[in-house]
Design a protein around this ligand. Structure first.
Ligand SMILES: Cc1cc2nc3c(=O)[nH]c(=O)nc-3n(C[C@H](O)[C@H](O)[C@H](O)COP(=O)(O)O)c2cc1C
Length: 155
């Protein structure tokens, strides 16, 4: 049965943001969905075309989500949410520490309140979806891709 351990800190994930790590890179996302599809627990992470994280997820098929406690790690959230892993080693720049995941190879961020380890089971680009209601979010056509990650561990 697709039963979640708990849903604590989800409001922090979708307001302040959560660290999304893949390969050896980490970014921040504050949009997304957690739910159940195909009898599996699923984290849907919307990742724009331009993100280095997209390259890493496409290459490894994995990502992790580390949710800080409310109001915590603000400087690291700001750095990882504005600088690209193409230009910076964000672990080194922020002092964030990698924490070993239980199932996937991608790292978690040490010291967070809530963790999800995900294996990609599908990706949906926005394609020709009608964006007339939300087009202000896409001034440069840097579209989102919805990565459906099966949650293989959460704690
Ligand atoms: C609070 C916050 C939320 C964000 N949410 C998302 C998101 O949901 N999807 C996304 O693609 N980028 C999001 N970003 C932007 C990326 O984190 C940012 O562009 C980052 O520098 C990408 O890093 P990368 O190129 O190393 O992948 C968010 C940034 C912040 C600060």
């Amino acid at each position: 049965m697709a039963k979640f351990e708990n849903m604590d800190f989800m409001s922090t994930a979708f307001t302040t943001g959560a660290f999304v790590a893949s390969g050896d890179n980490v970014m921040v996302a504050s949009w997304g969905f957690v739910g159940v599809m195909w009898g599996k627990k699923v984290f849907v992470a919307p990742i724009r075309d331009s993100r280095y994280t997209k390259e890493m997820i496409d290459k490894t098929g994995e990502f992790t989500v580390s949710v800080p406690a409310e109001g915590d790690m603000k400087a690291a959230v700001s750095f990882c949410g504005s600088k690209s892993g193409r230009d910076y080693d964000k672990w080194k720049e922020t002092g964030l520490v990698r924490k070993k995941a239980q199932v996937v190879s991608a790292p978690l961020v040490e010291g967070c309140a809530r963790y999800f380890e995900c294996r990609v089971i599908g990706v949906l680009p926005m394609g020709d979806m009608d964006i007339s209601a939300v087009k202000q979010w896409y001034p440069t056509a840097d579209m989102h891709n919805f990565y459906f990650g099966e949650i293989v561990a959460e704690y």
